[in-house]
Design a protein around this ligand. Structure first.
Ligand code: SF4
Length: 483
């Protein structure tokens, strides 16, 4: 049975207990959220290394990192390093979007090593297995989905909302159909003159997903690829279909989340979130960005993190990160790090703004360390401690500077915090700030288990020490998912 079926039966499962502990929430509240389809716990029965987590607007905002090989680069060891970087820098889920060689082995390795849920887009493998995308059959699609479910994939993007009748609605667009899955299915529909096979076979797909408790992530194959195409008829026609499919999946006992755009001007983002929540009866919204401007290739982790913050503020439950390589090339491990930092900031900023209990404690603790010139604690509390430390040490590397009442930004003479402290100590009008009473106890924070540094508070104890894939043994040194 799936988490939603068990929740509807009134059962609080071990996975619900665990996410309640991580989120500092009442297990019964978690059960109700899952039963009502307002939150999902992606949790394939075969994913042994998983530490369960929850995605829903009532919980901390989650971040997904996409990794995966391409035809140009298909190195399994490099993929495991990307998984490692993604989990290390705080990804709550990871999507394996591989389209190159050794797809089965890459997926198996990712599932075996990942303490966070693994997502996939099965249509990619179907394309690789068919001689021509137009020759993908219903049977092949079901076969791919079933095999990936058996391998332990926790959630799958299924682009079942791209319908034959929607395609003419994209004709006036500036950038057409930009979703990989959406463009493949549009080509299939055009060449075969038939309805989207994922839509035609959706009930059978749901039966497979329910058997393994794979969460369906309803893909937005007609998402806008530029600001000019945002919120158009094609996008919203597909969204209405996704609402219909949400209810079909729920009827089959499948957990559902719904994917969203893309490229959206700032002033349209909240309306997009509201519209999805209404069309899909509150199913968790999983947004890609959105990018709020199209002018900054090379910096799209920033353009999209701005939109992601706005989306999370309005109720999106999970943010799919974008790296600096978006639109330009396949991200490497350093891009994964930069993209995750941008998105952890977006998720946290929204949690603070939305008043998630305890979310701001982390900010307060770091600010206290900063004002105290406790450089070691400031680094430890930083979202990316290694980067904070290395930037500081670029100009003031000596140990003596770890106790200095200034850094090189303003210098000793102009350090405003040093000047402020001296003025307070001068026994004048200003009251000194008492560091003792100001201290925030992060261990006692209401968000302790989900929202303290280092980000990514999964339990990796079930991740194996080594696995064998294709005759090669992988160990923690080559691809462990946590350290
Ligand atoms: S020198 Fe400026 S930036 Fe550095 S600690 Fe002082 S106030 Fe902050």
């Amino acid at each position: 049975m799936t988490q939603i079926q068990r929740a509807r039966d009134g059962e609080i499962t071990p996975a619900m207990e665990r996410v309640a502990e991580r989120e500092n929430r009442d297990p019964e509240f978690v059960r109700r959220q899952v039963a009502d389809g307002q939150a999902v716990i992606p949790n394939n029965h075969a994913h042994d290394a998983l530490d369960p987590m929850i995605i829903g607007r009532e919980f901390s905002t989650k971040v997904n990192a996409n990794i995966g090989n391409s035809e140009e680069t298909s190195d399994l060891d490099a993929e495991l390093r990307k998984l490692h970087a993604a989990v290390h820098y705080g990804a709550d889920t990871v999507m394996d979007l591989s389209t190159g060689e050794r797809l089965d082995e890459t997926r198996a390795a990712n599932v075996a090593y990942s303490p966070v849920p693994i997502g996939t887009v099965p249509i990619y493998e179907a394309v690789k297995r068919a001689a021509d995308p137009a020759e993908i059959t219903h049977e092949l699609l079901l076969d791919v989905i079933e095999k990936q479910a058996e391998q332990g994939v926790d959630y799958m993007t299924i682009h079942a909302g791209v319908l034959l009748e929607h395609l003419p609605l994209t004709d006036g667009r500036k950038t057409g159909i930009v979703s990989r899955g959406g463009s493949i299915l549009a080509q299939w529909i055009e060449e075969n003159g038939m309805q989207n096979p994922l839509y035609a076979k959706f009930e059978e797909i749901c039966e497979i997903l329910a058997e393994h408790d794979v969460t369906v992530s309803l893909g937005d194959g007609l998402r806008p690829g530029c600001l000019a195409d945002a919120s158009d008829e094609a996008q919203f026609a597909e969204l209405d279909t996704l609402g219909e499919l949400t209810r079909v999946a729920w009827d089959h006992g499948v957990q559902v989340m719904v994917e969203g755009p893309g490229h959206v001007p700032m002033d349209e983002i909240a309306d997009n979130v509201d519209r999805q929540q209404e069309a899909c009866d509150g199913a968790p919204f999983y947004v890609l960005g959105p990018l709020v401007t199209d002018i900054a290739p090379g910096y799209d982790h920033i353009t999209s993190a701005i939109g992601a913050t706005e989306a999370a503020r309005a109720g999106a439950a999970m943010l799919c990160y974008v790296t600096p390589k978006e639109h330009l090339g396949l991200p490497d491990a350093e891009d994964v790090r930069d993209g995750l930092a941008a998105y952890r900031i977006a998720a946290h900023a929204a949690d603070v703004a939305n008043g998630l209990p305890g979310a701001r404690d982390w900010d307060d603790a770091l600010s206290e360390a900063r004002y105290e010139f406790d450089w070691a604690r400031q680094f430890d509390l930083a979202l990316d401690p290694e980067r904070a430390r290395s930037y500081h040490d670029q100009t003031l590397p000596g140990d003596n500077y770890k106790e200095a009442r200034f850094c090189s930004m303003c210098g000793a003479e102009f350090c405003s915090m040093r000047i402020d402290q001296d003025a307070r100590d001068a026994d004048g009008e200003m009251t000194a700030i008492d560091a003792e009473t100001a201290a925030t106890d992060l261990d006692a924070s209401a968000a302790a288990a989900v929202n303290v540094p280092p980000v990514g508070t999964h339990d990796a104890s079930r991740v194996p020490d080594e696995i064998e894939i294709g005759g090669v043994t992988f160990t923690p040194e080559t691809g462990h998912a946590d350290d």
